[in-house]
Design a protein around this ligand. Structure first.
Ligand code: CA
Length: 235
């Protein structure tokens, strides 16, 4: 397994509120995109990465899913508590997208509008579903797929780590094969590139470092309106 991560402040923001973490030995990959308060965004995403990382220690044979959910809940409590105590950090929160890759299986925990994609046999598939008002309305059948990207609702999160005392975590589990690639990214990438454009980059030959670089450069070339974080894993 090889991997690479890049986080870029973008061309318009004063701070980078994204955080990411890679542990190839344990197969742990995390992307968090923070938000809120005056200074809360970067604090929330860093605190989430740190707390989740500290909770994820695997030995043999334990069940990954409860451990993952506990780690996100611990991050939620840490951010919610700090946000309640410090005025400048009030209502801070963060997305969290975590992939655990081991023994030809990937377990994903997900909250918010960062994304995880699987590139398998030349086809890019978005695995996670964004917790945005646009997705919620679409799921309820009121907004067609074609209206989603430009909808004013596409940036309103319905769920984020740290906002409420208890967090509901989406879990996905799927098989993974040699030659597959996994992409975790913040919305600074997906707002600047279509899935088709991302798929074209994933299809070229080259390692995770090259692809992470090309994706970040493309997001910047397309406007770089937000912080952009890209983490590519080659299995
Ligand atoms: Ca963002």
């Amino acid at each position: 397994m090889k991997s690479a991560g890049i986080s870029d402040i973008g061309l318009h923001r004063k701070r980078n509120e994204d955080s990411f973490f890679i542990d190839e030995d344990q197969g742990i990959f995390i992307v968090c995109d923070g938000m809120g308060g005056h200074k809360g965004g970067d604090v929330a995403s860093q605190l989430a990465v740190q707390t989740i990382r500290d909770h994820l220690h695997f030995t043999q044979g334990e069940d990954i899913v409860p451990l993952l959910c506990q780690s996100v809940q611990a991050a939620n409590t840490a951010i919610n508590t700090m946000g309640g105590r410090v005025d400048a950090l009030r209502e801070m929160g963060t997305t969290a997208t975590i992939a655990i890759i081991r023994d030809k299986e990937m377990t994903v925990a997900h909250v918010g509008d960062s994304s995880l994609y699987l590139f398998h046999a030349g086809i890019l598939t978005k695995i996670t579903r964004a917790h945005t008002l646009a997705e919620q309305i679409a799921a309820d059948g009121f907004l067609s797929d074609g209206n989603r990207p430009n909808s004013g609702y596409s940036h309103i999160l319905t769920r984020a780590v740290g906002i409420e005392p208890v967090i509901n975590v989406d879990i996905y589990q799927l098989g993974i094969a040699n030659g597959d690639q996994v992409l975790l990214c913040s919305d600074g990438l997906t707002d600047m590139m279509t899935d088709e454009q991302i798929g074209k980059v994933m299809a070229i030959s080259g390692g995770p470092e090259l692809k992470a670089r090309l994706l970040v450069d493309a997001a910047l070339a397309n406007g770089g309106f937000d912080n952009v974080t890209v983490l590519v894993v080659s299995v």
